[in-house]
Every structure is written in C-alpha cells, then in structure tokens.
Design a protein around this ligand. Structure first.
Ligand code: NAD
Length: 283
C-alpha cells in the first residue's frame, strides 16, 4: 500500500458529504497520511460534463483517486482510460483510480456495497421475489447486486416508466427475461403482496423529498424492507416498516461498504468496515 494518499469527491452539493470523515478516520487508524477533499462543481460553474476537466486536473496534480457522485457518475466515463467490469455493466462510475502509468480507471462500488450490507444486515432474508422502487443510479446498482446474489425475480417500479423499462431491458439481457419485469399500471399493491422483500432506491424520505414512497398499508410482517437513503438514517419508510413488523435494513451499510471498497482501491489496504459503521453513527 501507499504511505500517503490524496483523494477527492466530485459532484454537486458535496460539501456536507460524510465521505471525507469516513475515509480519513479509517486512514488515521492505518497510520496513513490521507487527504480527502470535496470538489463541488456548482461554485465552479461546471455542469455534469465539467467532471472531465477536473479528472484531468486531479491526475496532473498527483491525486491517487476520486469518488464521483451525482450528477457525474455517467458523464465521467468518457474521460477515463478504462472501466472495471461492474462499472462497464452499470454504465456508471463512483470511484476513479489513477495508476502509476497515469491511466484513470473507473470502478463502481455501489452494487458491491449494497450486497455486503444486505448480507450483513438481513442475513436470513429470502432474496426471492423483490419489488424495487426507483430505477435510477442507485436502483441499477442494487438491481445488479440482487440478481447476482440470487434473487429469483425483480419487479421494477419508477414514477418515470421509461426509467423502469430501460433498466428492465438491461437486466433482462444480462440475467434473463424471466428474472425481471416492470410493475403493471396500478399493479404495485399486488406486486408488494406477492413479494418477499422491498428495496427502496428513490430520494423519497430525504429532507428535500419528504414522505413515503408507497402507501404504508402495503407493508406487512413477513416483508423485509431495505432502504438506500442514508440521510436521514431512519427514514419515514423505515419507521413505517418497523411499525408494521417488517425486518429492515437502513442505507448506512451501503454507504459505508461502498466507501470501504473505494478505500481499498485507493490505498491497497484492507479497511475495517465494522469500525467505519461505528464512525457513521457517531458522525
Ligand atoms: P436517481 O435520480 O438516479 O434515481 C431516482 C429514481 O427514483 C428516478 O428514476 C425517479 O424517477 C424515481 N422516483 C422518484 N420518486 C419515486 C417514487 N415515489 N416511486 C417510484 N420511483 C420514484 O437517484 P439515485 O442516484 O439513484 O439516488 C436515489 C437515492 O439513493 C438518493 O437518496 C441517494 O442519496 C441514495 N443513494 C444512497 C447510496 C448509499 O450508499 N446508501 C448510494 C447511492 C445513492
């Protein structure tokens, strides 16, 4: 591993991100000199495509890597020299590693982060029939992860039907048409009723998007509920699901494990994700 590490996070509104503290606290425990800086495109007057200029600048300034977030996870791809298999499959990058040869390689640790959080937090949950709310970036990563770990079938629901149809097509091509469908019009209650689990991957429940993503009456004991939103850690959906007797998983685990996987890529050192989970609840 390296003795020092210079990394950053590029995206819109990244100032309040918990990533710098998560990474730096873990690095401190490794005795590693580690600087993690947020690089916000908004005050720089850059749009999603501005990420290219920033990636080139970071490479020239000797950065070891970058995390990439909304709205640059797709636009960054055109500015990289190569992609990991996960990043290529998802068409999205959340981690860039600069090699000693100067090459910038894109990775995606959102799917692996969710998979580890799910295995840890809901170890006995049958990954059988799953309803996935939200077919955006997080939804795509979670869908690939769930089908990879053996979910029987995903039913996709998105308020933008084209999003659900588009993701369903990509998943069907990779995992088979029998393992994915979109929820028929008005069919959400029946789909949830027939499901073992529900995964929520829309921004609903964040401060800017208050409320529940589905009627609370659809929640019942026996249905497990996994949340992707992690700010706040306990969303209205999780509160409603716990009240209804569901087993639940918050979004903090995915946030920590994706950070841990990025830390390993940046440093070559093995992070202690359990310690990082404790940090998240302190932050
Ligand atoms: P996105 O904009 O790419 O996708 C969100 C999708 O949800 C959109 O397609 C939108 O049409 C759909 N949607 C909105 N409201 C809906 C509703 N009520 N029912 C059905 N569909 C609805 O956003 P994203 O990047 O996928 O992020 C989604 C959430 O996941 C955000 O809150 C983000 O912070 C969180 N996230 C968490 C982690 C983590 O590590 N825990 C990682 C990535 C994203």
């Amino acid at each position: 591993g390296r003795e020092s590490c210079l990394v950053g996070l590029i995206g819109s509104g990244v100032g309040p991100s918990l990533s710098p503290a998560l990474h730096q606290r873990e690095a401190d425990r490794h005795g590693l000199r580690y600087l993690y800086r947020t690089i916000d495109i908004d005050p720089l007057g850059l749009g999603p495509d501005g990420v290219g200029e920033l990636v080139r600048a970071a490479a020239r300034l000797g950065f070891d890597g970058l995390n990439i977030t909304h709205p640059c996870k797709q636009t960054v791809i055109g500015h990289l020299d190569g992609l990991s298999e996960d990043a290529a499959l998802l068409g999205a990058v959340n981690t860039v590693v600069f090699g000693e040869d100067g090459r910038a390689i894109g990775h995606n640790t959102d799917g692996s982060g969710f998979a580890r959080s799910f295995a840890r937090g809901l170890p006995d949950a049958p990954p059988g029939e799953i309803v996935l709310l939200g077919a955006g970036g997080a939804g795509a990563a979670v869908a690939h992860a769930l089908l990879t770990v053996g979910a029987d079938r995903l039913t996709l629901a998105d308020t933008d039907p084209a999003r659900a149809t588009g993701l369903a097509g990509t998943l069907a091509a990779r995992f088979g048409a029998a393992r994915v469908r979109t929820v028929p019009d008005g069919g959400l209650p029946a789909a949830v009723d027939a499901a073992d689990g529900l995964v929520h991957a829309t921004p609903t429940g964040m401060a800017a998007h208050p409320g529940l993503p589905l009627p609370a009456g659809l929640l019942r004991p026996g249905l497990w509920v996994a949340e992707v939103v992690y700010r706040p850690l306990v969303t209205p959906l999780l509160t409603a699901a716990r009240a209804a007797g569901c087993r639940t998983l918050d979004g903090g685990g995915m946030a920590v494990f994706q950070a841990a996987d990025a830390f390993r890529l940046f440093t070559g050192r093995e992070p202690d994700a359990e310690r990082m989970l404790t940090d998240l609840t302190d932050l």
